[in-house]
Structures are given as structure tokens and as C-alpha cells.
Design a protein around this ligand. Structure first.
Ligand SMILES: [Zn+2]
Length: 90
């Protein structure tokens, strides 16, 4: 079997068709990109990025990284800490 990236012969390939070496490189790159995403975008408690976040890469000079974005319920219909004025009617 041939690696789909380096075209070297390999005994085993990953699901993505990569040899062990290319897979390791891809994992390093992915981890670097997630570090970049955190450095550029993460905000404690507001925007959080998982270690295994999904990346979406096209041909542009950058990529999308899936992130957790905090939504605040305060003052909305989902507010869990309503004051007495806003107590739901039982
Ligand atoms: Zn390879």
C-alpha cells in the first residue's frame, strides 16, 4: 500500500490513507493549529477550544476551528436566576 501523501510503501495506512510518519506529522500540524487558534481566539469562559476540535480547511490562508461559544441567559427567557419581579407564575 502507498501513502497518499508521501507515496512511500507502508505496511499499514490510517483511515485517511497516510503512513505512520505522515500521520504523526498531520497530528503535530493539527495540534499546532489548535494552539494557534487558542492564541488568536480563545477567551476564558467565552470561547473555548477542545484538544480534538474539528478543523475545516479549504484553500484559503487559514482555516476554521470548531469552538465552544458561551451564551449568557441573563435577562433572557432562559434566565435561571430571575429576581422576584420576574418570578415565573405557578
Ligand atoms: Zn507518508
Amino acid at each position: 500500500m502507498l501513502c497518499s501523501k508521501c507515496s512511500q510503501s507502508a505496511d499499514t495506512l490510517t483511515d485517511g490513507g497516510l503512513c505512520e510518519s505522515c500521520q504523526a506529522q498531520a497530528e503535530d500540524r493539527r495540534s499546532d493549529i489548535i494552539d494557534l487558534a487558542r492564541a488568536q481566539r480563545e477567551q476564558e469562559g467565552l470561547v473555548e477550544i477542545d484538544d480534538n476540535a474539528t478543523l475545516s480547511e479549504g484553500n484559503q490562508n487559514g482555516c476554521y476551528v470548531a469552538a465552544w461559544v458561551w451564551v449568557d441567559f441573563a435577562g433572557t427567557q432562559y434566565d435561571k436566576d430571575k429576581g422576584e419581579d420576574n418570578e415565573p407564575i405557578e
